[in-house]
Design a protein around this ligand. Sequence first.
Ligand code: 5CA
Length: 447
Amino acid sequence: MRLSRYFLPLLRDDPKEAEIVSHKLMLRAGLVRQSSAGIYSWLPLGYRVLSKIERIVREEQDRAGALELLMPTIQPAEIWRESGRYEVYGKEMLRISDRHEREMLYGPTNEELITQIFRDGVKSYKELPRILYHIQWKFRDEIRPRFGVMRGREFLMKDSYSFDLTLEDSRISYNKMFVSYLRTFNRMGLKSIPMAAESGPIGGDSHEFIILADTGESEVYCHRDLVKLEPPGADLDYESDLTPIIQSWTGKYAATSEKHDAARFAKEVAEADRVIARGIEVGHIFFFGTKYSEPMGCKVQGPDGDLVTVQMGSYGIGVSRLVGAIIEASHDDAGIIWPASVAPFDVGLINVKSGDAETDRVCKDLYVKLEAAGLSVLYDDRDDRPGAKFAAFDLIGLPWQLIVGPKGIKAGEVELKERAGGARHTLSFDAALHRLAASAEPGREAA
Ligand code: 5CA
């Protein structure tokens, strides 16, 4: 992509309305624009990041055996009356009525709708277990939308729902989602820690997946070993017994402030191992048994012919929140540092003398070759000061900057800068291409 034809409205100064670094950087780097409180448009660069995050989430859900569908954003009030949540949900729910005065709502979550779909489609225990998911916009009329996309009113969520015949089986589904979350966040360069949590209006048992960041909304307490624990690899068999993995992650103390027990923390965790930090909740998984299936009559015929009420769980990931969370975890004074797996482009190709025939020619040649090697390139072909270009590319945080100028060309060289850490390498054209092509090879997809 040529920057001269792209849409990248950068801001030089920190916007006044932004309190935390990710919000500032998302506005400055032209990723999003606010349309009204807590509601954002995703500009081309931001939308590429959002899509990459969405793709990782989808791949890991599919790997765990979950099935993707797509439910609407607008739901009828009726099904929420069936579950008994229509009144309980309160002002956070955006209630609307259509031209026939039918009560509708913009979905804040989808337990009711999926339960209705499942109830109407599944009759026998032979069709269990199943995990269904979608990635869809939600609306919650938060009292205080803030921190940009981290606590929005409209936000993109991945929500999965499990259906099982027995309590035991539903534990297996819960474990699959638990493990897939560890892998999902790890692929985005994040260290997530599952913590016992309050389930709030969703109900039941739950774990929040927290990443540690100074600006996090929740205070969290955990054992240091959990910060060092490695998630399972891509070769994990989801049909095997996942209990040992779950135990390794839940066997040590980890709790958000709502569930924190100071006495237990002091007793179970040696002082040197105590981590007290702030965290961002990027995922939340719930087991709630028959909380929705019972009132909504979601039953299947069991092996002995009796009707059995289905056991359910739900599993959320804040897809749009993750864009902010990743920036919180990965930035410096100059701007964003995208982990390669979610970067909007792999390489920024910086022409330091646009208009100079030889520099333009070399840049164009490198551009074509990089794209042919499977890399996505944002080519800065604009007529601007080199300093301004360098600052812009540090701000938008692509993993690599390939800097091409007339002086280097004379010596047959270009400069390759790694955004993370700032290391610079002076290389021949071919060596630079090689180095970049290698970074695009195996592991990039499967990570
Ligand atoms: N039905 C369940 C699981 S599918 C549910 O709604 N869970 S939740 O309320 O915890 O939300 C799931 C995830 O969405 C959260 O972990 C968080 O990452 C994200 N999320 C929740 N509220 C917001 C919000 N206002 N802005 C951005 N992301 C949010």
